[in-house]
Design a protein around this ligand. Sequence first.
Ligand code: ARG
Length: 588
Amino acid sequence: MKKILEVISEEMKKAFQSAGYDGELGKVTASNRPDLCEYQCNGAMAGAKRYKKAPMMIAQDVAKELEGSGVFEEVGAVPPGFLNLKISPEFLKEYLDGMSKSDKFGLEMPEKAKRIMLDYGGPNVAKPLHVGHLRSAIIGESVKRIARYAGHEVIGDIHLGDWGLQMGLIITELQERKPELVYFDDSFTGEYPEEAPFTIAELEEIYPTASGKSKEDSAYKEKAMDATFKLQNGVRGYRALWNHIIRVSVADLKKNYDKLNVEFDLWKGESDVHDLIPQMVEEMKAGGHTYISEGALVVDVKEETDTKEIPPCMILKSDGASLYNTTDLATIKERMEKYHPDEIIYVVDKRQELYFEQVFRCARKTGLVSPETKLKFLGFGTMNGKDGKPFKTREGGVMRLEYLINEINEVMYGKIIQNRSVPEEEARQTAQVVALSAVKYGDLSNQASKDYIFDIERFTSSEGDTGPYILYTLVRIKSILSKYKEAGGRLEAAALRPACSEPEKALMLELAGFIGMIENAYEEIAPHKVCAYIYDIANAFNRFYHETKILAEEDEAKKEGWIALLLLAKDILETCIDLLGFSAPERM
Ligand code: ARG
């Protein structure tokens, strides 16, 4: 189906043409004076010069053409030449009927689906997830769902940090603690044990300890660098240990991402492209793109139009070791060869923007990426505490994601049992579902690139622009529908009717914006547009609800019309929250 704005604009274009003006002037937009009209067209103003006529006259000519139009209920030509529009309730009803009957509410699928690779999550193995990883997971998951809904193929890749010095540090610390482990015995040729010689809890303690030591003790750091080198060069025992680290850590990561309703298609990491690096480097050299600078192998990526200094991209350090960006470049190479994506989108902290600019330029320049493939960076801002500084624990440390989620679950649980008596287990479950909406909506309702303040009190409130508010609204709609059903009403039989009140029409108008909203959210990679849309719907619904006695209505046909409207609102809200990556409980 066409966007409602497009349908209205077409009607307006026809009117401009039949009045003797250029149809292109008939572009309609949402009203910026909702108190006066629903939509507006400023074409008469734009045409005044060209036709050497007062805008008011043009507007009146056009308004005349629209008398008796099936689309508009009211067309007002108002000084100095605006066209203020209200659409006809019948037309609006027809449009919503079309939406209800169509797959995806009439959203048209692209002629050719794009293949998009989405790089998000980006946790580092052996380190617990912390709040810094929350945004990438939440935003990436939503971007994935929106693009899929819009008809594209999306492959989500977690891109684990699993290959750098952190691995060498862990191995070194393990060797200090348990030198007798068979992994450190060079003469060992048998099979290594299946069981890891550590638990996730130990692993999480080992890394910070090792990292701390390496900062104070340069000999220790040497050892860790050596261990990293040995690991990367395939020393058997080190590889076996590394496999244990990955397995133990990934199992734990999966558990945590599951709780967040975040799911990756690929669990690849920096290590996966290690073997591609030598060939990539050879190709870069052969292409004449590289040179040696202070011993390191680099590629220049500055461009004439740069207004700031863009440093060269370092491919290999002077000791031949690869870097973070070497693995990112090799990953692009692998993705191109294996998946031929039309786009690769990175959902990463915006402080890495310059870094990605270098990587993207280098990938283009050296031909790793085909000219048609787009590389996009979706940088997100920082999640701050109430003091406006990056979110910390009360003690000032980095907050583990797990603890943060537990804390919100507790707050939500407290609110739920305060409101009504619910069996313990149900209250716990509901609290989890609602708490997830609080965290995700709190994040996604901000434009991704902006910093925001993580405010548990505000996010968990059932009033205002919050996840719980949206869920309360949805649960309210569901409860009206089930009461209707219990009283013998047939939901399938309900049919929409033209609005007979202003709040009813306002709700219908909001719902009618679905297609345009999704197109926009997809094209601009902007989940916050989905949030803004459902917030408007929730507000419109609640206003309608407070002014209408739905179930007590005696005119059955009228009541049926409202039930049909509620069904559509429910379906749309459910679809949208799924795109944001959360769901609603049955009751709240
Ligand atoms: N592991 C990285 C970090 O913690 C994030 C990875 C982002 N993705 C990428 N392709 N570089 O900073």
